[in-house]
Ligand binder design. Structure first.
Ligand SMILES: [Zn+2]
Length: 424
């Protein structure tokens, strides 16, 4: 059975990625969950895509199977904590859950399995996100999006023939989420250079070493899934999403919390991240094109504490941005002498950091073209954002997490407004 090595010390023990991987499930169950019955959870679509076949394979090979749980396909199951709790209650005793579906089904079962303190097997039906193999799930809790702590799947069985049946926009979304690791990597280099978050080479390599190869062909779903899965392992090992996410993800989180819809449909995570990645790229290009002398000359004077508080209150006035972003963003804020000390630190690494970021980004216009070729949106308009919403999204993205990135670099250097004005 062609198993792909997973890093040591994480919850995921087995990763199978093969053209026709589903027939390998019975032997895997015998090995990892002897004596347990399989409990398949799918929705109407993913039951047709793979669930039904998995059920048949288990029956034919005489493996014990509980009655499958098939959620309705329409409306699509929501990534909601209440639903995850219901699934935890429904989960038969002494069973191993098999989550057959895309990111939402996986997050629901990941959470339900975590509540019941059992391990589970993930059978993805679309290469759409990097969250399959990460720990924690992205669910809406009481109306706001949260990362609910729970262990990653113990086994992942990805069947290429199944992934090929996924709707093209889901595969494109996965490509966007994976391509984002290029700019997210540059953000980590920025944080590292300013001693905010040191790069751990062993974690960095899990994502970055083969990233370009995984992204080379948007039609190679095996390679793309391989990259998405590796990213999840890196997040498991690092205990944090830093290896996979930078400013582009913060931009997408802002839109998620604002419940962005386009043509009546929620915009996929990968598409919001794709647009966020091009925004990150443009801001990084501003940084690369600005000499140290220009940076000093163009720098706006730092705000006073009161002026910054006012600015933040205005940006957050929709009050939908999670727990206490106002406090968090003030903790990041440097006023008075501290602001000038930070600028000195930034100027000291300006030139060397430019080199590192440029090397990480590689061919910058090829990056945008690869997103377009994969079917990802690259401009805010393509996901229904006007100029004002986009600018608001960029400034707000800087407030919602501690994670240091290009937005913080430009803000601390007194250049963020100028860079954003230039972009639009
Ligand atoms: Zn993502």
């Amino acid at each position: 059975m062609p198993r792909i090595a997973v890093p040591e010390g994480i919850s995921t023990k087995v990763f199978i990625l093969d053209d026709d991987a589903l027939p390998q499930i019975p032997a895997l169950l015998d090995e990892m969950w002897p004596g347990k019955s399989a409990w398949i959870v799918a929705d109407g679509n993913t039951w047709r895509a793979a669930g039904e076949r998995v059920y048949r394979i288990l029956e034919e090979t005489g493996r014990p199977c509980c009655k499958p749980c098939i959620l309705p396909a329409v409306p699509k199951p929501h990534p909601d904590y209440t639903l995850a709790c219901q699934l935890a209650e429904m989960m038969p005793d002494n069973a191993v859950p098999l989550a057959v579906g895309s990111g939402v089904i996986n997050d629901l079962i990941k959470t339900a399995a975590g509540i019941r303190k059992v391990s589970y097997c993930c059978i993805p039906t679309a290469p759409s996100v990097d969250g399959y193999t990460s720990k924690g799930s992205a669910l809406s809790v009481g109306g706001s999006k949260k990362t609910v702590p729970c262990p990653a799947p113990a086994a992942v069985v990805a069947d290429r023939n199944v992934l090929l049946t996924a709707p093209p926009e889901m595969a494109a979304a996965g490509y966007g989420d994976l391509a984002a690791k290029i700019v997210a990597g540059a953000d980590w280099l920025i944080a590292d250079a300013l001693k905010q978050d040191p790069v751990r080479p062993e974690i960095w390599n899990i994502v970055q070493k083969d990233l370009r190869a995984w992204l080379a062909d948007p039609a190679d779903l095996k390679a793309i899934f391989m990259g998405l899965a590796a990213t999840g392992y890196a997040m498991q090992q690092h205990n944090d999403s830093r290896p996979a996410s930078g400013a582009e993800h913060l931009f997408s989180h802002v839109l998620e919390m604002e419940h962005l819809k386009y043509n009546g449909e929620e915009v996929s995570h990968g598409f919001k991240v794709s647009v966020g990645s091009v925004i990150s790229l443009r801001l990084m290009q501003f940084f690369l094109a600005t000499t140290l002398e220009e940076a000093r000359r163009l720098a706006e004077p730092p705000l006073t504490v009161d002026a910054r508080k006012k600015e933040i209150a205005e940006l957050l006035k929709r009050r939908c941005y999670g727990e206490d972003p106002a406090r968090l963003s003030m903790e990041k804020f440097q006023a008075g002498d501290a602001a000038f000390v930070r600028r000195k630190e930034i100027y000291a690494v300006w030139n060397s950091l430019q080199e590192k970021v440029a090397r990480q980004l590689g061919d910058q216009e090829a990056f945008v073209k690869s997103l377009k070729d994969a079917g990802c949106p690259t401009t805010p308009e393509e996901i229904g954002l006007d100029r004002e919403q986009s600018i608001h999204g960029i400034f707000t993205a800087q407030l919602i997490r501690r994670r240091y990135n290009i937005l913080d670099l430009l803000y601390d250097a007194g250049l963020l407004k100028t860079a954003v004005e230039k972009m639009f």
